[in-house]
Design a protein around this ligand. Structure first.
Ligand code: NOJ
Length: 486
């Protein structure tokens, strides 16, 4: 075994390239504990760590009227002038619906072990409920087969914000019927894909799509009063719980069910016992409407007290469904929520960021790599979670395609390297993160920001649909090949 000291000596004598897995295996024989141990080393992740990337249906597919797909709330919303930057829409996006084979080859070239995609509900049920559209489901059958043929494990999200417009016309997430309709749809898809897909996520980033009913920045663009928003939020978590039950009822044995939630990652402002204790308390409370109620099957007292007369209406049966145990938790983590100890009854307070706080191209994307350490660590500790995935992490950048055909996105590499260093710190301590999905495989429709903010590690020329690997794609390929920091 090459221990820490001998690894360094080895690198000094032979250069660090000699520590790449292929070179290393020449020296670390089968008898070496390093070859078989599941413990991460100084710069390596445990063997079998799942390196992935993610996209979502409306953001990449295009083909919005093809093969019987019904309209979604994002089709409607993006076509209202002024709702999306430059009035961009997802009509064509990355044309992934037609180019998925080429895109799977991009994944293969990166060495991806897994890929997280989402199913467009209105492709499978154009009206949201009722008669399914087999041609819609077929696209995902083809995609899954292509992934498996390339040796890439599919992870499937069932709802990434493209609600069938027909359901919105009946109240959308304001109606409890939508939660039931989601469960029926989720069970149907899992029933058909679970012979090949082993991991399903119910809903992606509930707070973001609930925002479509409060800030109006996302589809369907409503600005409800607090009681209405709280009810929408309740229907979202209920849909998750009913969805978990429906997937379990229809999927093949061995299928795992979870969610992809953008839990606020509480980060102690300084790593002292008092601030860490405050961050631990905060992690429960600042996620009370989403992850906490899902993991505990009840709203916290503070959440209900804060909502007062605007609290959501619910039954015991709702709460039981919401708290249905999950097999894993997916966390989308981009930014930190800095917390400090405080004398208030809550025992913690948020540390608001000064104007000078560094961010990526998207103004909201504050850089805080420690979020990838503290977020999963505190979640695992509070709720005794045994299997966590970072279902999204990544960065927007100005990304200029130079005349020599390269994109030197050093800022994205800086971001990724620092976040992965913190992830490695957690995994080394035993935080049960089993995989990481980089957002995103390629530039795509960034919701209300249209195509203005690029998150991909492949540059997409939207006029020609040409994909070009950015420097960050080369960086990520190296990380995957080493199964470690690069
Ligand atoms: C989270 C969302 O799930 C995804 O759709 C979005 O593009 C990224 N964050 C970046 O904003």
């Amino acid at each position: 075994m090459l221990n820490r000291f001998s690894r360094r000596t080895f690198a000094r004598l032979f250069g660090s390239a000699a520590l790449a897995p292929t070179a290393l295996s020449t020296f670390a024989t089968a008898a070496s504990p390093e070859a078989t141990s599941t413990a991460p080393t100084e710069r390596h992740f445990p063997p079998g760590f799942l390196w992935g990337s993610a996209t979502a249906s409306y953001q990449v597919e295009g083909a919005v009227t093809e093969d019987g797909r019904g309209p979604s709330i994002w089709d409607t919303f993006s076509h209202i002038p002024g709702k999306v930057k430059n009035n961009d829409t997802g009509d064509i996006a990355d044309d992934h619906y037609h180019r998925y084979k080429e895109d799977v080859q991009l994944m293969k070239a990166l060495g991806l072990k897994t890929y997280r995609f989402s199913v467009a509900w209105p492709r499978v049920f154009p009206q949201g409920i009722g008669t399914p559209n087999p041609k819609g489901l077929d696209f995902y059958n083809r995609l899954v087969d292509e992934l498996l043929a390339a040796g890439i494990q599919p992870y499937c999200t069932l709802y990434h914000w493209d609600l069938p417009q027909a359901l919105e016309d009946k109240g959308g997430w304001q109606s409890r019927d939508t939660s039931e309709a989601f469960a029926a749809y989720a069970g149907y898809v899992a029933g058909h894909l679970s012979d090949r897909v082993k991991y399903f996520m119910t809903l992606n980033e509930m707070s973001s799509f609930v925002g479509g009913y409060s800030s109006g920045r996302h589809a369907p663009g409503l600005k409800l009063a607090p009681a209405g928003v709280n009810q929408v939020r309740h229907h979202a978590v209920l849909a998750h719980g009913l969805g978990v039950q429906a997937i379990r009822a229809h999927a093949k044995p061995g299928t795992k069910v979870g969610l992809a939630e953008n839990a606020n990652a509480a980060v102690p402002i300084i790593e002292t016992p008092e601030h860490i204790a405050a961050a631990t308390k905060a992690m429960r409370e600042i996620n009370a409407g989403y992850l906490t109620v899902i993991m505990e099957g009840r709203y916290t007292d503070a959440y209900l007290a804060h909502a007062g007369a605007d609290a959501p209406k619910f039954t015991d049966a709702d709460m039981k469904a919401i708290g249905t145990p999950v097999d894993f938790v997916g966390m989308n983590i981009y930014t930190p929520s800095f917390i400090r100890a405080d004398d208030s009854p809550a025992g913690f307070a948020r540390v608001l960021s000064p104007e000078s706080y560094p961010h990526m191209m998207s103004p909201w994307l504050h850089v805080g790599p420690e979020a990838l350490y503290w977020g999963p660590k505190l979640a695992a500790q509070i709720w005794n979670i045994k299997e966590i995935y970072i279902t999204e992490n990544g960065a927007s950048s100005t990304d200029v395609l130079t005349p020599n055909g390269n994109v030197y996105d050093s800022d994205r590499i800086m971001y990724l390297r620092n976040y992965l260093t913190q992830l490695h710190r957690g995994v080394s301590e035993g935080v049960p993160v089993r995989g990481y999905f980089l957002w995103s495989l390629m530039d795509n429709f960034e919701w209300a920001d249209g195509y203005a903010y690029r998150f991909g590690i492949h540059y997409v020329d939207f006029a020609t649909q040409k994909r070009t690997p950015k420097m960050s794609a080369h960086f990520y390929r190296e990380v995957i090949a080493r199964n470690g920091l690069a």
